[in-house]
Design a protein around this ligand. Structure first.
Ligand SMILES: NC(=O)c1ccc[n+]([C@@H]2O[C@H](COP(=O)([O-])OP(=O)(O)OC[C@H]3O[C@@H](n4cnc5c(N)ncnc54)[C@H](O)[C@@H]3O)[C@@H](O)[C@H]2O)c1
Length: 409
């Protein structure tokens, strides 16, 4: 159990400030929540990692991924200084806000952030600013992590877990680059208002500035360049003005990347093509809302949402690494969660957050090795394999990390 859940701070004595601020003194907070490991040994590279387990299955998958990260790092001469901090519903229960200022500060000052998941039935009726999910909104916005990289790969070992026919699913290997800090989730005006007829109206605004499109498009072109050199930009330029500008800016940038083949697709067609022929995609770039939906759709092709990691990166500062799944309250606390999405998020943390590709490869290889040995959590189980829980899957990956020869990248 995370140390921050063992605190004996009396919640009723804490003044709650709306938003992401708690009224604990810095001293109280440090004493209650921080877990620091020993100082780094001489000659080793050392990184500060903020661990935000969150809610539901979050603490279960983070605890497993932390061990794997630590082991893979140590085999490559890396040491980690972990700081575990409350976020989401866990933070609401402890200090009354979903994103305590102290958690944000620790995240901001770290080299990279590994997050579990946020949310649960318990807080579903909270006012909007006191919902656990607001923590994610604040984190992404305030860390300015505008580029969300979501790989969707069908591993040969899991092709039978896909809901698509084997011949459609096998070989799928795509990267969805989603814009994360703009568009309709953040656009103004927004809110529920009363119109001139006295009727309630809900307003959300899809808005993109040219620089926001350019910077995510550049990330996507660079990503495609390192993959198979194909980039598909997904929009709704036949209807939405923001999409018309999106298409214009992405097209204009293409001349800087002559080695990347650019195509455009309307989002309704893209949703269809992902199911019809997903192998046609290499890299997809799209806005915040379309990326949210399409990446969940793509996750089903791979067999389970429990397999998919993600990275959120900004122009500077730490990246945020997390599985794409939620807190899965239906299986929380039952040791049933698949930890592989979080373990693979730790690999992305090493690769994209710290530039430690060898340690990342150790983790990726170990996940494949554990799957090759037939270990499966319930969500990816098929007859003939060995059904294991979250902890055992973590132990098997750990064994594979230890036993594999050093990775070459
Ligand atoms: N990034 C996040 O933290 C995030 C993302 C999505 C949803 N949420 C929140 O999570 C809560 C539950 O949302 P939901 O049910 O729509 O989505 P979910 O991803 O939590 O669960 C959807 C289904 O997938 C299963 N599942 C998810 N992750 C799994 C894993 N690792 N292993 C095995 N099975 C797994 C769940 O058991 C459930 O049946 C809500 O409060 C929601 O707001 C958080």
């Amino acid at each position: 159990m995370a140390a921050f859940l063992q605190t004996n701070i009396r919640l009723n004595s804490i003044k709650i400030v709306p938003g992401r601020y708690s009224a604990l003194t810095d001293h109280q907070f440090r004493a209650a929540y921080r877990i620091r490991c020993a100082a780094a040994s001489p000659g080793k590279k050392r990184y500060n990692i903020a661990l935000l387990p969150g809610d539901g299955i979050g603490p279960e998958v983070i605890s497993v991924a932390k061990n794997v990260l630590q082991k893979a790092g140590s085999l490559e001469g890396l040491e980690f200084d972990f700081q575990e901090m409350p976020v989401g519903g866990a933070a609401l229960d402890l200090v009354g806000v979903p994103m305590p200022e102290e958690t944000f500060t620790a995240a901001k000052q770290s080299d990279a952030i590994l997050l579990g998941a946020i949310g649960g039935y318990k807080w579903d009726k909270n006012e909007k600013h006191l919902r656990p999910e607001m923590a994610l909104f604040y984190l992404r916005r305030d860390l300015k992590v505008f580029a969300n990289l979501r790989p969707a790969t069908v591993l040969p070992q899991l092709v039978d877990a896909s809901t698509l026919k084997k011949e459609v699913a096998e070989g799928v290997d795509m990267m969805i680059v989603r814009e994360l800090t703009g568009g309709i989730y953040f656009g103004e005006p927004r809110g529920i208002k009363i119109n001139e007829n006295g009727e309630e109206v809900g307003i959300s605004t899809e808005i993109y500035a040219a620089h926001e499109i350019d910077r995510i498009a550049r990330v996507a072109f660079e990503t495609a360049r390192k993959r198979r050199g194909k980039l598909c930009s997904v929009d709704k330029a036949n209807v939405l003005d923001a999409s018309i500008l999106w298409r214009k800016r992405v097209t204009a940038l293409a001349s800087e990347y002559p080695d990347v083949e650019l195509s455009h697709m309307y989002v309704d067609n893209a949703a269809m093509q992902l199911i019809r022929d997903p192998k046609q995609f290499d890299t997809i770039v799209t806005n915040n809302i379309f990326g949210d939906i399409l990446s969940d759709e793509a996750s089903m092709i791979t067999g389970s949402i429990g397999m998919l990691p993600s990275a959120s990166l900004g122009e500077s500062g730490p990246g945020l690494f997390e599985p794409i799944h939620g807190s899965a309250p239906d299986i929380a606390g039952q040791d049933k969660a698949n930890p592989l999405a979080t373990i693979l998020s730790a690999a992305m943390l090493l690769k994209y957050g710290l530039g430690e590709e060898k340690a990342a490869k150790r983790i990726e290889d170990a996940v494949v090795d554990a799957l090759n040995k037939g270990f499966r959590t319930g969500d990816i189980y098929s007859p003939g394999n060995k059904l294991v829980g979250c902890k055992e899957m973590g132990e098997e990956v750990l064994k594979s990390v230890e036993s594999k020869v050093p990775a070459t990248v």
